[in-house]
Write a protein that binds this ligand. Structure first.
Ligand code: BGC
Length: 363
């Protein structure tokens, strides 16, 4: 089937989060006909590598699909690649018109995307790009920018603390997650020049398989042993990994700047308590809304304009992409995350955190 071509540009609209799509019906007019009834299948990766998938992505996606009047089915593979493929098979045979995945690794992700394509189903990579996957669209944040904010955040906190020649440990995300590579690209673009200039000392550097928070604790403990506890700052790739490091540091009666990502309740509480230097807030509502818009366009066989593109480093192809802008969060702007409705004050400001919330303008 031929895709309708949209001729009006939507670049201006993109700045406020709007995309533009239009299609042609079989009669040739620009009317929303010639479309299948949209049914979107979404496969989330797990609920342990970050709480975001169940606490933020699922509800925001549900709300976005409901608002668009689209049927949907959201499942979570719980970190199991076989399960991931089984869910995909069921969705494909069950008649979804669009399949949206957060891959557990590019290999299994690509196999699923190819099956969907062979069945004539539209495909979207949500948050993580599937290398060699050839998805129709990719929706995410600028993940190199996320890493840059983390690197700059760590530098800011070490500078504020007046630490000279700090030893920095790096706890990277999963080696099978393309995002983890991009985050590292971002923070190493900030840290590498410091190491090269002899301003900072490169400490232990390890990737955490599957972003497993428990393993992160074990890995960080080993880093402490290997360095005789001489670690002055921790670049942790997300809040879960950061919290694992913080727990080990606390057991050793140490407090050093630690970074994170996802603006989770736990991460924000660690920031308020001064145990974590910063986190990165990604407005997942925008990501979910963007993904839902693209899913609807795919289901209606419309072409979307106003998108950017990301190069798949394995296939060399450009994937039409919508990339959103992340924001660094320190103690003094934790309130912005609450104002944005991403976390609830009642959840964040429980018990001991009530006073810290008031002190930091969260009311
Ligand atoms: C996401 C992060 C998340 C991590 C672990 C990454 O792909 O972009 O937000 O913390 O996976 O789930």
């Amino acid at each position: 089937m031929r895709k309708g071509i949209c001729t009006f540009a939507a670049i201006g609209l993109l700045a406020v989060g709007g995309l533009s799509a239009c299609g042609k019906d079989s009669g040739g007019g620009n009317t929303p006909a010639a479309e299948k009834k949209a049914k979107v299948g979404v496969i989330l990766p797990d609920s342990a590598s970050s709480v975001r998938w169940e606490t933020a992505d699922r509800p925001y996606l549900e709300a976005a699909f409901k608002a668009a009047g689209v049927e949907y089915d959201i499942k979570n593979a719980q970190g199991d690649k076989t399960q991931f493929q089984t869910i995909a098979d069921q969705m494909i045979t069950g008649g979804v018109t669009v399949l949206m995945i957060v891959n557990l690794d590019s290999g299994t992700g690509a196999a699923v995307l190819q099956k969907a394509k062979a069945a004539g189903i539209g495909t979207i990579d949500y948050d993580r790009l599937t290398l060699n996957g050839g998805a129709d669209y990719y929706v995410s944040f600028d993940n190199v920018a996320v890493g840059k904010l983390q690197g700059e955040g760590l530098v800011k906190c070490l500078t504020d603390k007046g630490v000279k020649n700090p030893v920095v440990a790096e706890l990277n995300g999963s080696p099978t997650d393309n995002n983890a590579t991009l985050f590292a690209q971002g923070y190493n673009s900030v840290l590498d020049p410091k190491y090269a200039a002899g301003e900072y000392k490169k400490g232990p550097n390890k990737s955490v398989p599957d972003w497993d928070n428990t393993q992160a604790g074990t890995i960080f403990e080993q880093m402490m042993t290997d360095t005789g506890n001489k670690i002055d700052g921790v670049l942790a790739a997300n809040d879960g990994l950061g919290n694992a490091a913080i727990n080990v540091l606390k057991r050793n009666k140490m407090k050093v700047p630690v970074t994170g990502q996802d603006a989770t309740v736990q991460g924000l509480q660690n920031v308020l308590a001064g145990d974590q230097c910063m986190t990165v807030y990604k407005a997942i509502k925008q990501e979910a809304d963007g993904a839902a818009e693209l899913a609807v366009a795919l289901a209606k066989n419309q072409t979307v304009t106003g998108l950017g593109s990301v190069k798949d480093t394995e296939s060399g192809k450009d994937v039409p992409s919508k990339l959103l802008v992340p924001k660094a969060i320190y103690k003094d702007n934790v309130k912005d995350v609450v104002t944005d409705g991403f976390v609830k004050k009642e959840e964040l400001c429980k018990g001991d955190f009530a006073k810290l919330c008031t002190d930091n303008g969260i009311s």
